[in-house]
Ligand binder design. Structure first.
Ligand code: UDP
Length: 314
């Protein structure tokens, strides 16, 4: 297949480029490096099956030649990033989604949208199945991401219904692993960076809020299945690891696994920070035959080693 990946320089985008190249496909990557980095894909530049354009997908996209699949993964995904770039985040998920869907229509390509567990907001149903409509504050600070992704989902479904585009939506739950930026702001890179530097671990609130953490290799496998299996037009899937931790437990685990002498400090909780989050992945298990294989302990060990090495090289 000839595959277009937006957000190719990002955490998930760069792993996806690698995966599709490894499976023998031709990959075209786009990124404006707002939150991604060239370092994530530098090792792919010599590969004859990989082409890259530094490009902002909020602009009109034109591409020569056939295209079989579009993976729209461009978007700041860390709360710190999208609160720093609120309007651009909304543009990527409106104009960027519109342009990539328009391209899918022109090229008759399959389309995979990177959506998010944030579409469920601060959920009142636990764990969250795909059939849950969510509980989102439309004017809160996080709405720039939550509502933008909800719009992206709605627009993708409109293209599916009106133009018959083969659209598939991945609702991605918290994912972590190598290539997250050290200053990404999300909880795992933050805690690992703090632990490795023996700095205080900043737990928001009392740390009783929960998240469920998926190792990146598992997630990429799930996206690959979602993108390549036949007969999934107009379907939405939760992809994530149902292993649920409180943020305080996560802090303690990272201190233990990194052998750190860091102490935990409690900071103010961000506005509208969801209290609980865990995917119901029954649908992905049954239809994609997918479930995560890497435990949180094992995934954290690998991620800590990657960060340790990166810090020692810096
Ligand atoms: N969090 C924390 N300390 C940090 C960063 C994040 O306690 O230094 C908390 C945050 O308030 C949230 C959870 O960790 O409850 C996950 O936050 P993250 O930014 O990773 O992403 P989210 O799941 O909220 O999108």
């Amino acid at each position: 297949m000839r595959v277009l990946i937006t957000g190719a320089g990002g955490f998930l985008g760069s792993h996806l480029c690698e995966k599709f190249l490894k499976e023998g496909h031709e990959v075209i990557g786009l990124d404006n490096f707002l939150t991604g980095t060239p370092e994530n894909i530098a090792h792919l530049f010599g590969n004859p099956n990989f082409t890259f354009f530094k490009y902002d997908v909020t602009n009109f996209i034109f591409l020569k030649g056939k295209l079989d699949l579009i993976l729209h993964f461009a978007c700041p995904a860390s709360p710190v990033d999208y609160l720093r770039h609120p309007i651009h985040t909304m543009k990527v998920d409106s104009l960027g989604t519109l342009h990539t869907l328009g391209l899918a229509k022109l090229k008759k390509a399959r389309y995979v949208l990177a959506s998010t567990s944030e579409v469920y907001g601060n959920p009142q149903v636990h764990p969250q199945p795909e059939t849950y409509w969510g509980h989102v504050n439309p004017i809160g600070p996080r709405s720039v991401y939550d509502e933008a992704k909800r719009f992206s989902e709605a627009l993708s479904m409109a293209y599916h219904r009106e133009h018959g585009i083969d659209v598939r939506i991945a609702r991605i739950f918290n994912t972590y692993g190598p290539r997250m930026r050290m200053n990404d702001g999300r909880v795992i890179p933050n805690f690992i960076y703090q632990a490795l530097n023996n700095q205080p671990i900043t737990v928001h609130g009392d740390g009783s809020q929960t998240r469920s953490f998926c190792y990146v290799d598992d997630l990429i496998e799930g996206i690959y299945k979602l993108a390549t299996q036949e007969g999934l037009e107009g379907e939405v899937f939760n992809l994530g690891n149902p292993e649920e931790y409180t943020i305080l437990e996560l802090a303690q685990l990272i201190i233990e696994l990194s052998g750190s002498s860091s102490k935990i400090v409690f900071k103010e909780r961000p506005e509208d920070d969801p209290d609980r989050r865990r995917p119901d992945i029954t649908k992905a298990k049954e239809i994609l035959g997918w479930e995560p294989k890497v435990s949180v302990r094992e995934g954290l060990k690998r991620t800590i080693e990657w960060f340790r090495e990166k810090i020692s090289r810096a």
